[in-house]
Design a protein around this ligand. Sequence first.
Ligand SMILES: [Zn+2]
Length: 652
Amino acid sequence: MPRWFFCSRFVAAVFVVCLALTSSYGQNSKAPQPVPLPPSIPPPIDTPYPGTISLSVDLTNVNDRVLNVRETIPVKPGKITLLYPQWLPGTHSPSNPVENLAGLVVVADGKRVSWVRDVVNVWAFHIDLPKGATTLELTFQYLAPVKPQQGRISTRIADLTWNSVLLYPAGYFARRIQFAPQLRLPEGWKFATSLEVKSQNGNVVQFQDTPLNTLIDSPVYAGVNFRRVDLSTGPDNLVYLDIFADKPKELAITPEELQYHKNLVIQAQKLFNSRHYDHYDFLFSLSDTVGGKGLEHHQSSEDGTRGNYFTDWAAGIAGRSLLPHEYTHSWNGKFRRPADLWTANFNEPMQNDLLWVYEGLTNYYGNVLTARSGMRTPEQARDVIAQIAATFEISPGRTWRSLEDTTNQPIISSHGAIPQSWSSWQRSYDYYPESDLIWLAADTKIRELSKGRESLDDFAKLFFAIDDRSYITNTYTFEDLVKALNTVQPYDWTAFFRMRVYQVAPQVPVDGITQGGYRLVYNDIEPEWMKHMDPSRGTSFAASLGFVVKGDDDDGPKGTITEVWWGSPAFKAGLTPEMQLQAVNDQAFNTSNLREAILAAEKSNAPIKLLLKRDKEFLTLTVDYHGGLRYPHLERVVSQPDLLDGILAPVR
Ligand SMILES: [Zn+2]
């Protein structure tokens, strides 16, 4: 599926929802008791799998998006259960599409043997080995999506995720299963990865033997048009931007844009004061044919956005926090991880209740680093915060569902691709943006109580700058978090988070904004960055009428209502998503005359008349709204210290 898991309600797309692959490197002193697999599947144990598994992936058939796989597994006599990875850590859900695995043929010492899929867990395959068998040869295909924007493989760019192209034996910790991976690329293609190369012969690359957890955490980007940009701050901090684009001209990067990306690495070092990688690779696809992506790994990230990222820099303001967010995950999510998100292999269930830290704190630091690096101006960064708070002000789902409960959303949503009809009431991936506000409240509270001596930057160093250079995952619990915060600044942090995260909390947590020296206001002025929204999302009238509609410059059929806010004026008038807006006050619809109608209604008692079409039915609905355009902004409160400006300013 497209890797834009933005909650459509946050049409402003000011936060990055990303997917990650757990690394589970090495030892883990605080690993929780594993959740059991079905009894038919051997539970993982911490002992080496005997022998090395050879894995050969042929990526040359990009025309059909078909990857051919050959795998050789040393075996002992008896039964073996092979697993297709199910739980992909960054997705926080059992979402690896096993339906795309096809053509599986198993041969034992030259003789074909049958396999039987587990009836409880369909990612597991049981095989009775013939007497005396010493090796299994598997062949199968991974059928990548052919629909543009759904898949991540095209005739010019490929995002190879190893979890798509391997089976592994059940019964062992992932870190104890060694793979020898080999990749055959299309002629002339370049590649980038955090894996180490053992040898290369033409278009065939042999990587160093790698444990399964590291392999799955180390995807490969490949393509025709490639440029590697050095963002390193020195020999002790090697960071690269590996850009793959549909067109050569999309690789062009201006000196100013380059400096923003170098600043990101500089500012991240000042924040975290540590490195948990040998070298870090931003794998970055710029394409209008393969879908966008943001997926964290320990020593790299899978990133993807539209082709104009560098060539039309102003157009990308909304999604600008993509790289800062994914980079932050190297510290929060990969090196340090909630204890119940650590699993021994890729088929044990994960538990997501601390995603408001794993993703929420990452989102906060990611947005802060976006501002500190110069990728967003301070005003744009404040507008982002305003937009998040404003969206929650008009979304009543917080009156019945706690923030903590939304951390179950990846699992809830993994069972089907049916979009939510009323996401402002249902809630979805709110643990990203709502946590932004909560962590801002924590940061400003620390600054306020300590009279500016301490901040969430100090927490970052205390919590993440341990075991410098280590990749061994260090897990944390809620209690660890509270303890570290209390070390930075004593406070009742347990109550602070219980009230905001674990209880139903109808009040929007805007205390971070007010403690930061600002207040949320609305006016008729559309923020500059809102004019550069992703055209696939439509034009937002969320805080006024309460809907988003595809306008003149948006992708898709003009007039399509993509979102209606629960309880909004539009909702009360009877609008629903998927209606087509045909006319406004008897004039053919376009976004300009809709804006004019809203402004006119502000000075009149007459309702706004909308002609809509649903299926073959036409409806005339009237919206009794006179509140103006209402675009959210933050306004300075001079009687309060401007803590927010200090948070967003680069660290010198
Ligand atoms: Zn993330």
